[in-house]
Design a protein around this ligand. Structure first.
Ligand SMILES: [Fe+2]
Length: 357
């Protein structure tokens, strides 16, 4: 097994990653039984970029998370907590959570994503108000601190399409968070940068799937001790944790798109009266397509529909788009490093381990 075992004795100002990192999704055989494994970033069909398929039902995802041996799981849909009204707010190992976007133009310049845990409806509404109206990161984070809500800086080197990224601001933002995220949906070089960032500022790190189809749920996870989620998160924050990490690859992207297409054709949410998928969910830009799917006449053995289906499956398997995307992410990582050479320093500190990554 390849492993990064960073020095836990970080001195003042030392740039050292305190958590231990296992790569390529291999479980450490000698992992203590006291450690709890968690995937704290999972989307359900209440997210606008998830298909309204029964596979993405929070009830089904919760059961799947338990089956895959996760002790903690959090459904962090984009700006909604409706999943908890469906699955229940108090289920064993289920951590109420949400993923919020905030665009603080003055202090950051680009949109960032923040996961917040253990919040109730009232706190969610207050945060949503701060994120969407006030748009001041400092006030937003002050609220999280005053309410003692665990939170993470998600995928620090992800940038919204159409926005100009401010790489330097990422350093400043990272300083303000207790824990940064290693994201299964990012390439290895971008995730290395997240590790370097965590190491540079002595932050905790969580590995999350950011699953949008359920396929990768629990394929990466964070291990730490803790009877309660608060205790667990405190251990993660302090670096008393391990992450089981994997990255996005061209092959993984092909599989993900195939899963997505499979879910699209699997079942119409509006055909069967007993279908539990609520109406009106799903990506808005695909609304017309989802509408077609719901019209029985176009689904059956219609030749046009079958040709369309075949074409859709052919596209991802050529892997052209996925290759271009991965290449664009590698270019992004190089740009970041060029502008933030400080992130090279932690690599040298933990070079032995990271060279195996
Ligand atoms: Fe996100």
């Amino acid at each position: 097994m390849r492993m990064v075992q960073a020095n836990a004795e970080a001195g003042a100002g030392a740039a050292i990653l305190r958590s231990k990192v296992f790569v390529d999704g291999q479980h450490p055989a000698d992992l203590s039984k006291d450690l709890k494994g968690a995937d704290l970033h999972v989307h359900t069909y209440y997210s606008e970029d998830v298909l309204p398929s029964p596979s993405n039902d929070p009830i089904r995802l919760y059961e799947e998370a338990r089956r895959r041996g996760l002790q903690f799981v959090s459904f962090t849909d984009h700006a909604t907590m409706d999943a908890y009204d469906r699955v229940g707010w108090e289920r064993e190992g289920l951590v109420p959570g949400v993923e919020l976007s905030i665009l603080d133009r003055r202090n950051v310049g680009h949109t960032i994503h923040v996961n917040v845990y253990l919040l109730d409806r009232g706190q969610f509404r207050a945060l949503q108000e701060l994120a969407s109206r006030k748009r001041d990161l400092e006030t937003f984070l002050a609220f999280l601190s005053s309410e003692r809500l665990p939170h993470t800086y998600n995928h620090p080197f992800w940038f919204e399409r159409g926005e100009k990224p401010n790489f330097t601001a990422v350093l400043e933002v990272a300083k303000l968070f207790p824990v940064l995220e290693y994201n299964r949906g990012r390439t290895r070089s971008l995730n290395r940068l997240a590790l370097a960032l965590a190491g540079h500022y002595g932050k905790g790190i969580v590995a999350c799937s950011d699953s949008h189809t359920g396929r990768t749920l629990g394929s990466v996870r964070t291990y730490a001790q803790g009877e309660t989620f608060q205790e667990y998160f405190e251990n993660v924050r302090a670096g008393r944790s391990w992450i089981l990490a994997q990255d996005m690859t061209i092959r993984g992207l092909v599989e993900e798109v195939n899963e997505w297409i499979g879910q699209f054709f699997a079942r119409s949410p509006s055909r069967a009266g007993s279908d539990p998928v609520p109406a009106g969910l799903g990506p808005k830009s695909f609304g017309w397509l989802l509408g077609l799917r719901g019209r029985g006449g176009l689904i059956g053995d219609n030749l046009v529909w079958r040709l369309f289906k075949r074409l859709l499956y052919a596209l991802p398997n050529s892997a052209v788009i996925q290759s271009l995307y991965v290449r664009s992410q590698e270019t992004l990582a190089l740009r970041v490093l060029k502008q933030l050479p400080v992130l090279l320093a932690p690599y040298s500190v933990v070079q032995t381990g990271l060279s195996a990554l």
